[in-house]
Design a protein around this ligand. Structure first.
Ligand code: MN
Length: 251
């Protein structure tokens, strides 16, 4: 385990295994000092990612089942439940209410509900959660299924209202912020409303073009501008938040 204070940045939501050369991405995290949460989209991907990251001090691999894949991969839920027993990091999980995933909505709810319940039962789980067009539903399910001391929920690329974000923060949620969220006035208004002690950074690479884990160094500076802090102050805040999140994680 590295000293978090030595890290240069924090990427709490990166699809390491979707880059052309995942192993090189992992090496770059160690080289550049970027603490990275490597999320996966199906439980079956977790094992391979774990092998790749086994020599890394900076990359933590999360077991997930992406809501966009919930329909086709519902039969992998038992496997996901088993892996949640083996790793404190869970993601990408959540709900997506975009029209193209409407058919799988019930299945998504079933899977996400089960993930929250299993995580709550085990405790010490850190979740990276997708909530596109489903912010309120995700927040309600967190409220109904987990206690804050048991599960640390990180809302990734949150795009709900400022009111919904406040509700999530009250429930103990964290927020991982990427470059794209800082590109619009609405995004900046949302991000600046979030409590400083709940902020983290992410890339969501490679879905956000040209982003690699070290991109979070620029994101930290941009986030600082939105929050009225210089890059060093912002990094210190993120460092404290990341430390809290990683220390929460226990198998
Ligand atoms: Mn993602």
């Amino acid at each position: 385990m590295i000293d978090i204070g030595e890290a240069r940045g924090f990427d709490f939501h990166c699809h390491v295994d979707l880059y052309k050369d995942p192993q090189e991405i992992i090496r770059s995290c160690d080289r550049d000092g970027i603490v990275t949460l490597a999320v996966t989209t199906t439980p079956k991907a977790w094992q391979q990612n774990k092998i790749w990251a086994s020599a890394s001090d900076y990359v933590h691999v999360a077991a997930g089942l992406h809501p966009e894949l919930a329909g086709e991969h519902a039969d992998e839920l038992p496997l996901l439940e088993r892996y949640i027993g083996e790793t404190p990091f869970v993601g990408e999980v959540g709900l997506d209410r975009s029209p193209q995933y409407r058919d799988s909505w019930r299945t998504q709810e079933e899977i996400f509900g089960r993930v929250l319940q299993v995580s709550n039962k085990l405790g010490g789980r850190v979740l990276s959660i997708h909530s596109r067009r489903a912010a309120n539903q995700v927040i309600d399910m967190i409220r109904d299924n987990v206690r804050p001391g048991r599960v640390l929920c990180i809302l990734h690329w949150f795009s709900g209202t400022i009111g919904a974000a406040a509700k999530a923060a009250e429930l103990g949620c964290y927020f991982s912020v990427n470059d794209r969220m800082l590109n619009s006035d609405a995004g900046k208004a949302l991000v600046s409303s979030l409590p400083l002690d709940r902020l983290l950074t992410e890339t969501d690479g490679p879905f956000i073009k040209n982003s690699v884990p070290s991109t979070v160094i620029q994101t930290t500076e941009a986030l600082g501008k939105v929050c009225g802090l210089n890059a060093v102050q912002m990094k210190d805040r993120l460092c404290n938040n990341a430390r809290r999140a990683l220390e929460f994680a226990k198998t």
